[in-house]
Design a protein around this ligand. Structure first.
Ligand code: SF4
Ligand code: SF4
Length: 393
């Protein structure tokens, strides 16, 4: 299964990453991603889904419900503005950068490569620079082509096209971007969606700055957000967190409140290793996200190889959502939903005393105590969007 990679360090083993991959594994074709299907697949596309995308680009007319007023939609659309600028700039070529195509970078690659004598200490310095530009988390792992889409999508015709990377990359730099907890706590609302938009816009800026930095050091670098490859397995291999029932990576720093970007590069960097905290064991005994999901799109049973529909990757044993049900609910709201993120017991402030204690207990032999504590707490209440606006005054 493992392709031989052009890298100076070994591939991360599936055992260490805790991946279970069957012999009938197939790389995922991005044309089957639910956001691509919403444009070409009549079983997904309808007036409601068109209105969902349209609502991000037009002057907002607020609904009357709290959290869906003009002010909420205005903040959401503003938060996405920079990301939208990037995804639009080569849309005329069918390249929706950051979502269905990698991010172009016109900066020149320096003729001379900087000399790296000590890879480990250079990597520490490099991570410091990523944080300086605004990355909240950073991990590095070898290229693993299984996670690269078999095809990407030309968004002029919504047709699959070659996803061959323009370079002989050896490593993937995965950066984590923490979402604002106060906004996340108001899901579902147009206001909450700003938490996602802010991070996509930040990603676009940070990825562009970091790829320019690497190219100026004399090495190749290709920036990527949701495009080109699945970022979740890469984030796990890079040691940033563990997979949860709600299909998100749960990190020790921000729980599931993280978005990820990536950079493919030839820069010689020291690779991180996957870390196990006991999240899988916790999720095996918790169903809070699945219980709270309005369209019941999340599984309550153990991880499986079930292919729910064409948006599920084949041959990976995991918790998989029914993306059709999930996206249909988003279109009804006219904005994204992350109730599953909000209600997750790991959606906590891990800088607070209570947050620190919870993480310690939930990831130790005392895990049953954390599960009992959370059962007593029940599904956490949504922060009312009006309360969020007032909190800022
Ligand atoms: S995002 Fe919303 S609809 Fe989708 S799985 Fe999570 S709770 Fe369910
Ligand atoms: S809500 Fe519970 S089951 Fe779902 S991801 Fe969080 S800890 Fe795991």
């Amino acid at each position: 299964m493992n392709e031989k990679q052009n890298t100076n360090t070994k591939m991360i083993s599936d055992e260490k990453s805790r991946f279970k991959i069957s012999d009938d594994f197939e790389r995922f074709n991005q044309i089957n991603d639910i956001f691509s299907r919403a444009f070409w697949d009549d079983s997904v596309r309808n007036k409601q889904s068109d209105a969902f995308f349209e609502s991000h680009r037009v002057q907002p007319k607020g609904k009357r419900a709290v959290g869906f007023k003009q002010k909420d939609f205005a903040l959401r659309n503003a938060s996405w503005a920079l990301s939208d600028t990037f995804s639009d700039r080569n849309a005329h070529k069918g390249n929706r950068e950051g979502f269905q195509s990698w991010m172009e970078n016109d900066s020149l690659i320096a003729d001379e490569k900087i000399k790296i004598d000590d890879q480990k200490s250079f990597t520490i310095e490099f991570k410091k620079i990523a944080k300086l530009f605004g990355a909240d988390l950073i991990g590095i792992t070898p290229i693993d082509k299984r996670w690269h889409y078999s095809k990407k999508v030309n968004t002029l015709e919504f047709k699959p096209v070659s996803n061959k990377l323009p370079g002989n990359f050896t490593s993937v730099i995965v950066m984590g971007h923490a979402m604002d907890k106060g906004l996340v706590d108001t899901y579902p609302s147009a206001l909450a969606s700003s938490a996602a938009g802010f991070e996509y816009s930040r990603e676009a800026a940070i990825v562009t700055q970091m790829t320019t930095y690497i190219r100026s050091l004399g090495y190749e670098a290709l920036g990527s957000m949701n495009d080109t490859a699945l970022v979740i397995p890469y984030a796990i291999q890079a040691g940033l967190g563990e997979y949860g029932r709600h299909q998100m990576v749960i990190t020790p720093e921000f729980g599931p409140r993280v978005r990820f970007s990536k950079i493919f590069t030839t820069l010689p960097l020291h690779h991180d290793k996957p870390k196990h905290h006991g999240i899988t064991e916790y999720c095996n005994k918790c169903t809070k996200c699945a219980d709270a999901c309005p369209p019941k799109a999340l599984p309550k049973g153990p991880p499986s190889y079930n292919v729910i529909n064409r948006s599920t990757i084949k041959g990976v044993k995991k918790w998989s959502a029914n993306c059709e049900k999930c996206f249909d609910y988003w279109t009804k709201l006219r904005t994204d939903c992350a109730i599953c993120m909000r209600v997750c017991p790991f959606n906590r402030d891990f800088n607070s005393f209570r947050g620190k204690i919870f993480w310690k207990i939930a990831t130790s032999f005392l895990q049953p105590v954390a599960l009992w504590w959370e059962k007593k707490r029940g599904i956490p209440k949504r922060l009312k969007p009006d309360a969020w606006w007032q909190m800022q005054q």
